[in-house]
Design a protein around this ligand. Structure first.
Ligand code: ADP
Length: 445
């Protein structure tokens, strides 16, 4: 077992890793930028190291500073959380070279799945259905037009190295292609330092359904069922739930077993997520995230499995203790991402939280690093808290979420709680009739 884990992250996920370490009797080391010195992850870790100024590129993304912190503190493993360096194969490789265990899959698998067009190619080989489109990156505008005509418009151009909903452009006709292609390329270059693009059919009204995977070092891979993340704003998730109201038991079995097949094909280790789009009874692989997801608590709630503890045990070489047939879905769970932003214009609204009071009671979980008097900084993402509810049925889960949102007090800055309430009160949402277009349609009314 590890003696000490360095947490290469901040905010709620850093705290979540620290809680898991405490439960396993492992010491934890927090790293922080100078403006995060008073953060809760620093306060609750056993040790902390300041790794640089506020700017992420000079602190949370700075590999030499993080490795130095691990060496100074004598940590034997690093948990990267999500975002920052969590899907950076170079970082995982450097950890390996320094004899520090990276808690996640191998650098080779991170690199393979990190390139989205290569990942699609690999999954196709594994027999996993993928969205029709280019076979790898598109080399020229002419090629993009010719493939688009083949698979028919609308199509979507995506950055091969993309993520976080960025670097995507929908193209409805041939005469829009030239501008879209050039713009998408320069956006991809600016955001990901890689201008390679791939192209696929744009599905007009799909649902986003993803499967949680867990693997050990000995080839044992299981799934922990699916999450539905169709409530999105500009391709970014806002509300997630499990199980998906769209799936029958037969479809669930099919999509989850397909995800396991894909993960086995790349010899996947540790926790990961296979993302699919589901449309008209068909599902298609979209990408794999080789890390813990923001929305992992909904899966923990329906399966009663602690994903962070599972990640740590898998990384230190423990054999999988779960059998697929023992994994059960109990009740329903939902997560609302509470962000510091204007609820309807989505502009970030950083600042000082003057009062912070979290809801509680049965079936309510709040993952947060915020407190009264803390400052939500413009330097990092605007997530303040993840509000997660569980209940025997979807309907009860929604009622519970509504009362939890109504009793969540966050003063001093604007949050998107009013938007969450508006979504929860919507008739179609309550009936489970949702798609990735849901929010756009709700707000255009
Ligand atoms: P990222 O890695 O940036 O999050 P994804 O490839 O996971 O990007 O896509 C994010 C979201 O974008 C999806 O959940 C979906 O809403 C939308 N999307 C991506 N590809 C397509 C597609 N081919 N058709 C329709 N919507 C898509």
């Amino acid at each position: 077992m590890f003696r000490k884990i360095l947490v290469a992250n901040r905010g709620e996920i850093a705290l979540r890793v620290i809680w898991a370490c405490k439960e396993l009797g492992i010491k934890s080391v927090a790293v922080h930028s100078d403006i995060d010195a008073d953060s809760l992850h620093v306060r609750f870790a056993d040790e902390s190291v300041c790794i640089g100024p506020a700017l992420s590129s000079q602190s949370y993304l700075k590999i030499p500073a993080i490795i130095a912190a691990a060496e100074i503190s004598n940590a034997d493993a690093i948990h990267p959380g999500y975002g920052f360096l969590s899907e950076n194969p170079e970082f995982a490789e450097i950890c390996r070279a320094c004899n520090i265990t990276f808690i996640g899959p191998s650098p080779e698998v991170i690199a393979l799945m990190g390139n989205k067009s290569e990942a699609k190619k690999t999954m196709k080989k594994a027999g996993v259905p993928v969205i029709p489109g280019s076979d790898g990156p598109v080399k020229s505008l002419d090629e993009a037009i010719s493939i688009a005509k083949d698979i028919t418009f609308p199509v979507i151009l995506k950055a091969s190295s993309g993520g976080g909903g960025k670097g995507m452009r929908v193209v409805y006709s041939e005469n829009e292609m030239k501008d879209a292609f050039n713009l998408a390329r320069s956006e991809a270059m600016a955001s990901f330092n890689d201008d390679s693009l791939y192209l696929e059919k744009y599905l007009e009204n799909p649902r986003h359904i993803e499967v949680q995977i867990l693997g050990d070092k000995y080839g044992n891979i299981i799934h922990l069922n699916e999450r539905e993340c169709s409530i999105q704003r500009r391709h970014q998730k806002l509300i997630e739930e499990a199980p998906s109201p769209a799936l029958t038991p037969a479809l669930r079995k099919q999509i989850c077993e397909t995800a396991v097949r894909g993960a086995k094909f790349v010899n996947y280790q540790n926790a990961g997520t296979m993302e699919f789009l589901y449309d008209n009874g068909n599902f298609y692989f979209m990408e794999m995230n080789t890390r813990i997801q923001v929305e992992h608590p909904v899966t923990e709630n329906i399966t009663n499995i602690d994903l962070l503890i599972s990640q740590i045990l898998s990384a230190c070489g423990d054999k999988m203790i779960y059998k697929q047939k023992e994994i059960k879905i109990v009740g329903h769970a939902m997560e609302c991402r509470i962000n510091a932003e204007d609820p309807f214009y989505f502009t970030p609204n950083p600042g000082k939280i003057t009062t912070f009071h979290t809801p509680g009671g049965p079936g309510v979980r709040v993952d947060t690093a915020a407190y009264t008097g803390c400052v939500i900084s413009p330097y990092y993402d605007s997530l303040i808290a993840k509000l997660v509810t569980r209940a025997p049925t979807r309907q009860d889960c929604i009622s519970r979420m509504k009362r939890a949102l109504e009793s969540f007090i966050i003063e001093g800055i604007k949050t998107n709680i009013p938007l969450h309430l508006k979504i929860l009160e919507n008739r179609k949402f309550k009936m489970g009739k949702i798609s990735t277009k849901f929010l756009e349609e709700l707000l255009s009314r």
